[in-house]
Design a binder for this molecule. Structure first.
Ligand SMILES: Nc1nc2c(ncn2[C@@H]2O[C@H](COP(=O)(O)OP(=O)(O)O)[C@@H](O)[C@H]2O)c(=O)[nH]1
Ligand SMILES: [Mg+2]
Length: 218
């Protein structure tokens, strides 16, 4: 059974609730990641592979943000994640109050890692802090290397870009340099990890990034 929460309009300021979410996660020693991208970049596929690689060494929770349906939540729950679905009822991003509600449905004390899969969108989620320790984005190579300059706020708000679907680079006639240069132009501090969630190439670097950040004490 997948729990579904409907996002409700709330009066509290988003940032105040995000700070409260962050406090709750820190108190429970749960490292948390807000994962953002355009629709179809591969967030859920990356998550599925990550769960397969890191469970049972880590206990992992996933909050799935979607406009509608429980399809992604079913995919990650099948891989052993404690899963909560937030249906935004049309909204193009999650907000901190919605995540606060979802946190109540998770057994935080049991978790080591929480990944929040945000609604697929390169614009709306940027302005809404959720309280996660890190913001990570997925840019798939099929989206084109020009996206950082077209959606700079998203690229500036994240510390890591997973450049996904590298298995398709030969088909597209592109190389990684093009993506790295465009990202660096917008956010020189952004770390870039090329991955293919399909073949698994580069995924170990992403798992290590997660382990390192967790070990740093959040
Ligand atoms: N070729 C290729 N396809 C991928 C890769 N990762 C995801 N996909 C495909 O991209 C589509 C969208 O993936 P999904 O994980 O649902 O994206 P999301 O909308 O960001 O969660 C699916 O058909 C996946 O099978 C990859 O590394 N390489
Ligand atoms: Mg998804």
């Amino acid at each position: 059974m997948i729990k579904v929460r409907l996002m409700q309009k709330v009066m509290e300021s988003n940032d105040a609730v995000a700070a409260e979410n962050a406090r709750k996660l820190r108190d429970a020693a749960v490292f948390s990641v807000d994962m953002m991208s355009a629709p179809g970049s591969g967030k859920t596929t990356i998550l599925e592979r990550t769960l397969d690689a890191l469970i049972p060494a880590l206990t992992i929770g996933v909050i799935q943000g979607d406009v509608d349906t429980t399809r992604d939540a079913e995919r990650v729950q099948a891989r052993g994640a404690q899963t909560v679905q937030i249906n935004t009822g049309g909204a193009c991003h999650l907000d901190a109050p919605a995540v606060a509600g979802a946190l109540e449905d998770l057994d935080l004390d049991a978790l080591d890692l929480l990944v929040i899969e945000n609604v697929g969108n390169l614009i709306c989620p940027t302005g809404f802090a959720l309280g996660a320790h890190e913001r990570v984005m997925v840019l798939s190579v099929t989206e084109g290397a020009d996206k950082p300059e077209k959606y700079p706020a998203m690229f500036r708000s994240c510390s890591l870009a997973l450049v996904n679907k590298t298995d398709l680079l030969p088909v597209l006639g592109l190389d990684l340099e093009a993506f790295a240069e465009e990202i660096a132009r917008v956010n020189p501090d952004m770390q870039i990890l090329p991955v293919s969630a399909l073949t698994g190439e580069g995924m170990e670097d992403w798992y290590q990034w997660l382990r390192d950040r967790m070990a740093e004490g959040q």
